[in-house]
Design a protein around this ligand. Structure first.
Ligand code: SF4
Length: 65
């Protein structure tokens, strides 16, 4: 799912401590910096969202740990 990132999302992300990036997903292998399921991770990594204008790309297989 791709959606534009806006100020409301950024505020609510901080307020509710929303986790949606690979670094907090059970499928992420930090030693390889890769997805254990073989998905591309570039658009789901936390660093991507340092850019406040980065389009939001949610992974459908995100598995909270
Ligand atoms: S399942 Fe999705 S969110 Fe989880 S590590 Fe793989 S690509 Fe990242």
């Amino acid at each position: 799912m791709r959606i534009p990132q806006d100020a409301r999302f950024r505020a609510e992300r901080a307020q509710f401590v929303l986790r949606f990036c690979c670094e907090t997903c059970g499928g992420f292998d930090p030693e390889r910096a890769a997805c254990a399921y073989g998905y591309p991770v570039a658009e789901h990594r936390l660093a991507r969202y340092r850019d406040p204008d980065a389009e939001l790309v949610f992974c459908k297989d995100y598995d909270a740990v």
